[in-house]
Design a protein around this ligand. Sequence first.
Ligand code: ADE
Ligand code: ZN
Length: 331
Amino acid sequence: MPLPKAELHLHIEGTLEPELAFELAARNGVPLPYATTDDLREAYRFQDLQSFLNLYYELMAVLRTERDFEELADAYLARAAAQGVRHAEIFFDPQAHLSRGVAMGTVVEGLWRALGRSEERHGVSTRLILCFLRDESAESALHTLRAAEPYLDRITGVGLDSAEVGHPPAKFREVYEAAAALGLRRVAHAGEEGPPEYITEALDVLGIERIDHGLRCVEDPALVERLVRDRVPLTLCPLSNVRLRTVDTLADHPLPAMLEAGLLCTVNSDDPAYFGGYAGDNFDAVHEALGLGQERLRELARNSFLAAFLEDDEERRKRYLAEVEAYEFGA
Ligand code: ADE
Ligand code: ZN
């Protein structure tokens, strides 16, 4: 039995496995510039975040109907459950679909068909987080939030993703204020490729409650001190960092030092179809490459539930935390 955990940094479009991409391409009559799934996998050699994003957006063209989004999410939930995920907070990128003529309702209702049945089918509770693309305009983000208003009963929070460098958080002050006024929780990618100043700005200007990645905080000791003091969770994605060359090798990842410093770190998969592993694979990888022992792994699992947006269901959080404490490694 795998260690119970929450996954808090997961782009649903990044769970599109080559086999499903080909199946949806055939079903929807969408041409793909790859002859086979092996050809497509050959393209998974990334130099940086942008080279990944190019493929990520290209492949999304196969997602067209509610059924497509449902199958995508259901496949992820099945895989996540098999790796011990008990709670998943799932990002989606509506602008990447709206721009292709796929309606907000198609995306949200499709995802919801899977999320709404996830507990009974997979034993995984879920939350949905709408991400704005930071390389699009602030106006487009506001428009996207307005388009999502009919579906807010299904959406827990907002996030900020896509190409980071050159797109500092402050650009999105207004849309984050609007999201807060609607009662939405706030997260943002910061300090993945961008500098530590973007993390500070996301906290100060956007009022974010959790930092996605946040890796580069280690370059600023005063920021680390603040994050420790304020117990701000970081959703780290070790295999993603290796594939996007944010770190040279997994053995160079600062996760052990970050835990040692007292940061509230969690381990997540980001875009598992592209980066070589789901949540449990990331836990296994940091165990093997970084020598994190059982109590550190338990701490990471505990942190994931502490950092989850479960304030509306504290009983559930308590149950999950009890599962983590009772877990016997190797049993
Ligand atoms: N969109 C999907 N994955 C992402 C990542 N790792 N960073 C920024 N935007 C993303
Ligand atoms: Zn991400």
